[in-house]
Design a binder for this molecule. Structure first.
Ligand code: NAD
Length: 298
């Protein structure tokens, strides 16, 4: 079993680290927030006093941070200088493709294996060890990271060289953001045209309009009982996180000089919705913004 330095024990990191401990690994945890560190210690992790203390003498480092700036500063500021060169570095944060490439290449220049391995599956997936990992890095780095990631998820896919995991993640989520808006406006129209939403669901979910936004996270309550629309749009995938991923997709599209009009419109609509207080709600709540029924919270 491995000794793993884990940096960033927030909503996602706590569940992921807990699953590594359950699998028999020793986890040395560090987070700038003391409450997060205490929660990890209750789950069986060892508290480390700094990033350097957490990653010295470990077989693997996993980070689950919020932004590209945090990832760059943690790796360039402390991790690269503290780890054994046989170690595998795994950044699971969702960050911009350019930073993931820069940090991955900086690790390679020091002779250290590193992958970017962002996830899909949310907090529930982190707790249940059912995440999907999209992995960017060399074949050798992937082979070292895969067995560790398999303790925290059900699917681990090698997407290509450094940065490819982030590229796959933001492309998937740009498609998801746009398809949710299309699904939501379609249900609004169907209802206005007098269709029962359940009947429309029964037809379209078996016809060519079928998509994940309809069959897993249907934005109208009823047809999919597990969807956040049945819980006042609480839980699920927060609008704030969808907006973050759409902004990363827009930055990548600009750098790649690629036209993404549907993604750009999705980003603008989610920005408007977030500005009106929708940020903490599941992203399917955009249906309320689109039909004019969204009430801005006090
Ligand atoms: P979070 O804010 O709950 O956790 C991030 C943790 O990193 C916090 O505890 C914070 O204190 C810590 N941190 C920040 N800077 C640090 C530093 N320099 N050193 C040590 N710790 C530091 O965020 P989260 O919801 O766990 O998400 C983490 C990442 O996963 C994000 O990039 C997010 O976009 C991505 N993600 C989240 C979800 C989700 O549903 N929450 C789903 C998929 C992907």
């Amino acid at each position: 079993m491995a000794t793993i330095g884990f940096i960033g024990l927030g909503n996602m990191g706590t569940g992921m680290a807990t699953n590594l401990i359950k699998a028999g690994h020793a986890v040395q945890a560090f987070d700038v927030a003391d409450a997060a560190l205490s929660r990890a210690a209750e789950m069986g992790a060892t508290r480390a006093a700094s990033v350097t203390a957490a990653v010295s003498q470990v077989d693997a480092v996993i980070s689950m941070l919020q932004t590209g700036e945090q990832v760059r500063s943690v790796y360039e500021g402390e991790v690269f200088g503290a780890v054994q060169h046989s170690c595998i570095l795994i950044d699971c944060s969702t960050i911009d493709v350019a930073t993931a490439r820069v940090v991955g290449e900086a690790a390679a220049a020091r002779g250290i294996d590193m992958v970017d391995a962002p996830v899909s599956g949310g907090v529930a997936g982190a707790i249940a060890a059912t995440l999907t990992f999209m992995v960017g890095g060399t074949a050798q780095s992937y082979v070292k990271a895969q067995p560790i990631l398999a303790n925290m998820g059900k699917t681990v896919i090698h997407a290509g060289p450094a940065g490819s995991g982030q590229a796959a993640k933001i492309c998937n989520n740009m498609l998801l953001g746009a398809s949710m808006i299309a699904t939501a406006e379609t249900f609004n129209l169907a209802i206005k045209l007098g269709l029962d939403p359940q009947v429309f669901f029964d037809i379209s979910s078996k016809a060519s309009g079928q998509c994940w936004s309809m069959t897993s996270y249907c934005p109208v309550p009823g047809p999919v009982p597990s969807a956040p629309s049945n819980r006042n749009y609480d839980g699920g995938f927060m609008t704030a996180l969808m907006l973050k991923d759409l902004k990363l997709a827009m930055a990548a599209a600009q750098a790649a000089e690629t036209s993404v009009p549907m993604g750009a419109l999705a980003e603008s609509l989610y920005q408007n919705f977030a500005n009106l207080g929708g940020a903490p709600k599941d992203f399917s709540a955009i249906i309320k913004f689109l039909d004019g029924g969204w009430q801005k919270p006090d």
